[in-house]
Design a protein around this ligand. Structure first.
Ligand code: COA
Length: 278
């Protein structure tokens, strides 16, 4: 890769069981372009998604944007960003045949399909594909200076990374329509009141709060976090009565795992559960 468009740091989870658990922290690394997602970013994200799905050590994934670089002399500083969208410079002159293969195998869907818990740590602009990347994660924490939006309509486009669908399920039809049709920006407070983000955190505390949550999740049984994610996800995809049946079946199946016995015994003995992950 010519430039590291995304850096990956695997952070050890202190006290995780089974031993060796890690939180994989992915930093979108094009701060001069507000971390806009280009073809290389998509490739890097998809590659990491495949890796964490098959690496039993990875408990949780955190996605964030690189912080702005020191401005060059005479230049104004760039703003903080999670990702200011797909890289618009890659859209010029392209027709549908050019973009279809890329959009049929994209990073937003790869992140959505990660089997483990994912957290978007949003600090600054999350626009277009940036909002969509955050929406592909399970949980979103945002700093006070964050801004969301789907401005594709201003480019003669609509969201193409699942934004219309995921946003609608998260905030409801009317609000999703307003965001998509107006292309307007949504500040952190409004994003919180709509349910786009789980929590707003003071700018300087975002990293710590995000890692605290990732650590908390990572200390659960890695088998059960996957089952829990699958079950909650079912609520988006299944009719209600089928969803309830699916949940019951997942719940009952957990009674054949070692971790259920470990968790229940630890509660009864007032000790810490030492999960084995199966
Ligand atoms: N794709 C490619 N480059 C982008 C980008 C994107 N989505 N968003 C920002 N950039 C680049 C700018 O071209 C600029 O590059 P340059 O310094 O080499 O000229 C750099 O990032 C900084 O952006 P700039 O526009 O100068 O910052 P700003 O503070 O004036 O404005 C935004 C910030 C987020 C309001 C503005 O960059 C913007 O509207 N970006 C596009 C958002 C968008 O439409 N996203 C949806 C894409 S589908």
């Amino acid at each position: 890769m010519a430039q590291d468009v995304m850096t990956v740091e695997d952070v050890e989870v202190d006290g995780s069981n089974p031993k060796g658990g890690i939180i994989s922290v992915w930093t979108l690394n094009r701060p001069d372009k507000l971390n806009a997602l280009n073809t290389e970013s998509h490739k890097a994200i998809k590659k990491e998604c495949a890796r964490v799905n098959s690496d039993d050590n990875v408990r949780c994934i955190v996605i964030k944007g690189a912080t702005p670089l020191e401005p060059r002399e005479g230049k104004r500083p760039k703003p903080h960003a999670f990702a200011a969208g797909a890289d618009i410079s890659e859209f010029a002159g392209k027709d549908s045949d050019d973009v279809r293969p890329f959009f049929e195998d994209n990073a937003w869907e790869a992140v959505w399909n990660v089997s483990k818990p994912t957290i978007a740590m949003v600090d600054g602009f999350a626009l277009g594909g940036g909002t969509e990347l955050a929406l592909s994660c399970d949980i979103r924490l945002a700093s006070e200076r964050s801004t969301f939006g789907q401005p594709e309509i201003n480019l003669g486009l609509i969201p193409g990374g699942g934004g219309t669908q995921r946003l609608c399920r998260l905030v409801g039809y009317g609000r999703a329509m307003e965001i998509v049709l107006s292309g307007g920006m949504v500040g952190a407070e409004d994003a919180l009141s709509m349910g786009i983000v789980n929590r707003i955190v003071p700018n300087d505390d975002l990293e710590e709060e995000t890692m605290k949550l990732a650590t908390e999740i990572s200390k659960k049984s890695p088998h059960v976090t996957k089952v829990a994610k699958r079950a909650v996800r079912g609520a988006l995809e299944l009719p209600f009565s089928e969803g309830v049946l699916m949940e019951r079946s997942e719940f009952v199946a957990l009674f054949d795992t070692e971790d259920k016995e470990i968790g229940v015994t630890a509660f009864l003995e007032r000790s810490d559960a030492e999960w084995v992950g199966k």
